[in-house]
Design a protein around this ligand. Sequence first.
Ligand SMILES: [Cu+2]
Length: 274
Amino acid sequence: MVVVLAGCTQAQLRGFMPGEPGVTNHTDRVTGLWVTSWIVLLVVGILTWGLIIWAAIAYRRRKGQTGLPVQLRYNLPIEIFYTIVPLILVLGFFAFTARDQDAIESDPGDPDVTIEVYGKRWAWDFNYLNEGPGGDGVFSPGIQAEETDGPETINYDTLPVLYLPVDQKVQIDIHTRDVLHSFFVVDFLYKKDMVPGKTNYMYFTPLKTGTYIGKCAELCGEYHSLMLFQVKVVEQDEYDDYIQSLVDAGQTGTLGEDYIVNQNQPGTEASETD
Ligand SMILES: [Cu+2]
């Protein structure tokens, strides 16, 4: 095992998951679950394929044989074996998944930054809460990705950008202004649905500075594929400069629920007529 693993590239050791180790405080946990699951499943697979091939060769019909081979039925030990083993596997996968999901989903409290994200066909608005003058927040409205004829196919300069300070506890409040979307930062190995009339949350600490691509992961209409954004994880002073640039641009306050286009949210009464 050690010899085999020593020959592996970093990408193979991470089960070809996107990104690199330690992008957020959760990514290694996700990669660990993924890779361990694959190893267990491959062992089961190799055993199963091996037994099938062995049985097919060892018990093949030989020259001169006629009629049916000896018919076996009701082999209790084997039946118990192939009921118990999958049960243990399923329970094991469930337990480890529940453990990791609980660790990733639970609210650690006391976020250093809280950012509201609104998905909208087909872009993103970011509200940085508790920032700017009076702590009223600052905002950055995003536009849909622009297609270009060049080799890049889209113009990265005009993509909406979400800034995050490195090594700080981040809370993201997730909303939509219209239909179902899904907030997905690929290298963070996590996505979360944006559901009309409901707020979802994401909690993590980005650990590596860099630029990461984000996208909508829920088919939401004609230009779903252009519903892209970038995440820039930067040092604290660069983050502060960015917040200040939004203040200087007059983008104080938040772009909130006023821009939700759905009129019949759950709990909203139909308008009365005389
Ligand atoms: Cu979308």
